[in-house]
Design a protein around this ligand. Structure first.
Ligand code: PEP
Ligand code: MG
Length: 363
């Protein structure tokens, strides 16, 4: 009962005094953020923004996909901006005074598109009845055009930002104007902007230029000045290998070990558990999935390399990890050894992460 709670509390406090790794959280909403703060999160290492394009907002996204002119594209984005601004306002307020790493949109595109099969059926039925399929036919053509055989290797992350004009800018305006409003209220919002799925410094530099432009615009139109760090995820082998170049355009790196595991092994992160890997475990070929616990020799070596090369260019580069491994005890020991600054994990894993980070510092 109470005694156990008190003992655990003492243990975690002791770990907090010992550990060198900070413990941040992955949280996408103000509720998650508040919960994580109660568990002791020292920042948000990953706020995914994909959900900010779903639900009732799908219609605006559909208009974005169908846009044929720049004006139509802008109009669809203008619908989304105030809604996202509201989301960021709540989130930054919940984390007042602590860093909030907001990742610009990184969807596998198919998750945002209406189903091609459903649309095809609708269009076929309309034609059979001698009706004009109109909007559905236009939408189907667009969805077919965007269809990819391997969406996880396709138009995602920074690629999407570079291909759809104004998309990243809309998100950054929503973030910066929310932060400006909170500053004017005397609060201390600390957004950081993270660009996903970068494979080459050229991609990051282009995205960064756009982000900086918007940040400067908002700061001057709102009349408030502050510094917003801009960084990237390291989640492709090429990004880890060329981290010395990438660090020229990044103030922080966050290792995305979910995608880095997928792309290093060539295992589909969505299929691996239901597919051949269960046989591997059964036969004892491996004792544990590399998606669960960091594969030190392969994926881990890329994390180490990325950290070293990144810091060779920029010694003060802040380094974190926001893949699922950030909450895994064995992996936390590894991230401590590599010298990362923080791990970021889901709110409920924070207490264990604090303990393990403390144990890692003792061993
Ligand atoms: C990752 O790839 O490790 C990551 C944190 O991003 P996501 O899981 O959203 O792809
Ligand atoms: Mg990823």
């Amino acid at each position: 009962g109470d005694e156990l709670v008190a003992a655990v509390h003492r243990l975690i406090t002791h770990a907090d005094e010992t550990r060198r790794l900070d413990v941040w959280t992955n949280a996408d909403t103000a509720d998650d953020a508040a919960r994580a703060r109660r568990f002791g999160a020292q920042g948000i290492g990953l706020c995914r923004t994909e959900h900010m394009f779903l639900g009732e907002r799908r219609e605006a996204v559909e208009r974005l996909i169908l846009a044929e002119t720049e004006e139509e594209c802008e109009a669809a984005l203008a619908e989304l901006e105030p809604l996202q601004r509201g989301d960021f306002l709540e989130l930054l307020e919940a984390m007042d005074g602590l860093p909030v790493t907001i990742r610009l949109i990184d969807p596998p595109l198919h998750e945002f598109l209406p189903s091609m099969e459903d649309l095809a059926v609708k269009v076929a039925l309309a034609k059979e009845r001698g009706e004009d399929p109109g909007h559905d036919a236009t939408l189907l053509a667009a969805v077919e055009r965007l269809h990819e055989q391997n969406p996880m290797l396709g138009l995602r992350g920074v690629r999407l930002g570079l291909v759809i004009p104004g998309l990243f800018a809309m998100q950054v305006r929503a973030i910066a104007s929310a932060a400006a409003e909170l500053r004017k209220q005397g609060k201390d919002p600390r957004p950081e902007i993270m660009i996903p799925l970068v494979g080459a410094v050229q991609e990051l530099q282009l995205a960064r230029d756009e982000v900086e432009g918007v940040l400067n615009d908002v700061a001057s139109s709102e009349g408030v000045e502050w510094k917003t760090p801009i960084g990237t995820m390291i989640e492709l082998p090429r990004a880890a290998i060329t981290a010395d170049q990438i660090a020229e355009a990044a103030e922080f790196f966050s290792f995305g070990t979910n995608d880095l595991t997928q792309t290093t092994w060539g295992f589909s992160r969505d299929d691996v558990e239901g597919s051949f890997f269960s046989k591997y475990l059964e036969k004892g070929i491996f004792a544990v999935s590399p998606f669960e616990s960091i594969d030190r020799e392969g994926v881990g070596a890329l994390v180490r390399l990325g950290a070293e090369r990144g810091r060779s260019t920029r010694p003060e580069l802040k380094l974190g990890i926001c893949g699922e491994h950030g909450g895994d005890p064995d992996s936390i020991h590894f991230f401590h050894e590599v010298g990362l600054d923080y791990v970021s994990c889901s709110p409920f894993r924070i207490p264990v992460a604090r303990l393990e980070a403390g144990r890692a510092a003792l061993s």
